[in-house]
Design a protein around this ligand. Sequence first.
Ligand SMILES: *[C@@H]1O[C@H](CO)[C@@H](O)[C@H](O)[C@H]1NC(C)=O
Ligand SMILES: *[C@@H]1O[C@H](CO)[C@@H](O)[C@H](O)[C@H]1NC(C)=O
Ligand SMILES: *[C@@H]1O[C@H](CO)[C@@H](O)[C@H](O)[C@H]1NC(C)=O
Ligand SMILES: *[C@@H]1O[C@H](CO)[C@@H](O)[C@H](O)[C@H]1NC(C)=O
Ligand SMILES: *[C@@H]1O[C@H](CO)[C@@H](O)[C@H](O)[C@H]1NC(C)=O
Ligand SMILES: *[C@@H]1O[C@H](CO)[C@@H](O)[C@H](O)[C@H]1NC(C)=O
Ligand SMILES: *[C@@H]1O[C@H](CO)[C@@H](O)[C@H](O)[C@H]1NC(C)=O
Length: 542
Amino acid sequence: MLRYLLILSAACGLCFGANILAVFPGVWKSHYLFGRRLISNLAQRGHNVTILSAYYSLPQENVTEITIPNVEKNFLDMGLTFNLDEIRDKSILEQFSKSIYAATSNVDVVMGSEQVQSMLKSKETKFDLLLIDSFMSDALLGFSVYYNVPTVVVSPIGPNKWINEMVGNIHNSAMHPNSFLPLLDNMNLGKRITNTLMSIFEKLTYNCLYLPYHEYAYQRYFGQLIGDQQTLPSLWDVVHNVSMVLVNSNPVSQYPRAFVPNMVEIGGAHIFNNMTKMSKSVLKFMDDAPEGILYISFGANLKTDDLPKEKFDALIQAVRAVQGRLRVILKLESFDLEDQPRHTVIAPWLPQQEILAHPKLKVFISTVGLMSMIESIHYAAPVLGVPIFPEQELNMKRLEQLGTGVRVNYDNFTNDSLVEAINELLANPEYKENAKRASALFNDSLTSPIDLAVHNIEMVLRTGGARHLRSAATKLGFIQAELIDVSLIILLGIVMIIAVPSMIICVILRRNNCKRQAQANEVVKTATKNGVDIKNKKKKQH
Ligand SMILES: *[C@@H]1O[C@H](CO)[C@@H](O)[C@H](O)[C@H]1NC(C)=O
Ligand SMILES: *[C@@H]1O[C@H](CO)[C@@H](O)[C@H](O)[C@H]1NC(C)=O
Ligand SMILES: *[C@@H]1O[C@H](CO)[C@@H](O)[C@H](O)[C@H]1NC(C)=O
Ligand SMILES: *[C@@H]1O[C@H](CO)[C@@H](O)[C@H](O)[C@H]1NC(C)=O
Ligand SMILES: *[C@@H]1O[C@H](CO)[C@@H](O)[C@H](O)[C@H]1NC(C)=O
Ligand SMILES: *[C@@H]1O[C@H](CO)[C@@H](O)[C@H](O)[C@H]1NC(C)=O
Ligand SMILES: *[C@@H]1O[C@H](CO)[C@@H](O)[C@H](O)[C@H]1NC(C)=O
């Protein structure tokens, strides 16, 4: 009987079907895809998940998708763009501040959606957990206050300063490169200066621009919903009350670093092992390739059509130049090519992982977004990288460090440089060997990242918020956390230790000095007196 109860209670951790609200509000499709894979897994384990996002997938049992219209329209209305030339023209700071504005107005888009409003007003809807990609959407953490549930934050872009802040994870500009800069973890003095300045800029914009905007949006929407502004905790408190952060990183794809226990690396969680999505004809096209396959994709967020005309033409010329040797698979959303290159499959969407996993794959042309980069490492695919965003620049640097890729700078995106880079990757077997080595390191862990992610989410559910894992750092203000108060007191102590004896010495010396001075004065005085006397005497003698 006891044994039966034990088995029952052990199994209950698994059979516990929770209602989870997942919010992936951003305009970046790759973020949604990362979260969707996690959600799919949670649903298979019997949890009931409701997703709010601009995107949607095929219907799945136990998953309800609420699609938010106008997310992309808002992004474009706010002066942001997917056009690569225009992106390249903007400075990092301009992109950064524009993104902050756009993301804040995205909160209005999400909260203004009719379906979201009817979900919030429905009395029956109850949740047990909020799963959220809070990247530039902190106001939406208000869902956790409204439903009174713990929060698990998912960061598809890996750790950054703002995410670290939530759980008090250390961020040190000496060794942790800022995610908006293309820096690796071994920085020289100049790079550390840049990194520190960027971190200060980021902290200032976070505290003085970003958080106030979101605080306002949060108060407005959730204060109204709760109906009592007084009991609504400040957004600052909510941000620092997150139960768990799951980051899309790994020491092989990024760099080794320390984490507090409620911040867990799940890099590779979106990798699936169910290779059944590829159409039979494309599979045969790959299997029959005599020498190998070249695969070209600019990622989920960018479309190949976002390439300017001359760069697109250069790409097609490069494809024509290699089509005699390689079979080419090109992800292209719309194509009106007059004569399609031979031995080429063009499709608007393809199961990328199945292509990268194919033994005939020789070269992957990519903008090296984080998810593609991790897939290339996992499946040991040599990469021809054309990084566009600073974060992609960083990923490319990492691939070059691992020796698995060759770069073509965006400004040098011509048919000749592409062909040259492809030839380099084909001619030199070292790239593939390095890729295999990196893949082995990436694969060598005790648990699969997706199981780790699901375990931690269920652990938060079981423990009602994993309070036992919270670092004391979340309760410290800036002055305490940076030890500024302590340093000042120690400095004061040192000053006292040095100052008090030296003051005493000074006083003694001065007193001695004074005495001596006085004696000296005495001598001079008597001397002058004598002198005067002598003079007087001399005068008198006349
Ligand atoms: C949906 O959840 C139920 C339990 O709530 C579970 O029995 C079922 O297997 C789940 N469906 C799928 C497709 O995973
Ligand atoms: C699952 O979630 C949906 C949407 O919130 C809800 O309508 C449904 O009743 C839930 N199912 C269960 C079994 O809780
Ligand atoms: C693999 O994927 C196919 C299609 O998406 C699905 O029908 C099948 O159940 C999946 N198999 C497993 C083991 O998940
Ligand atoms: C690249 O383009 C130039 C100009 O259009 C052309 O002359 C050259 O032959 C092309 N090279 C290849 C390898 O296609
Ligand atoms: C541009 O590409 C050409 C041909 O591959 C190469 O020789 C040259 O060094 C590249 N220039 C830059 C600035 O990368
Ligand atoms: C890592 O795992 C994936 C899938 O399980 C596999 O395709 C790949 O070959 C593995 N890499 C190594 C080096 O074992
Ligand atoms: C913090 O989260 C816990 C649940 O994890 C909740 O009970 C508590 O009310 C939250 N506090 C604030 C200030 O949001």
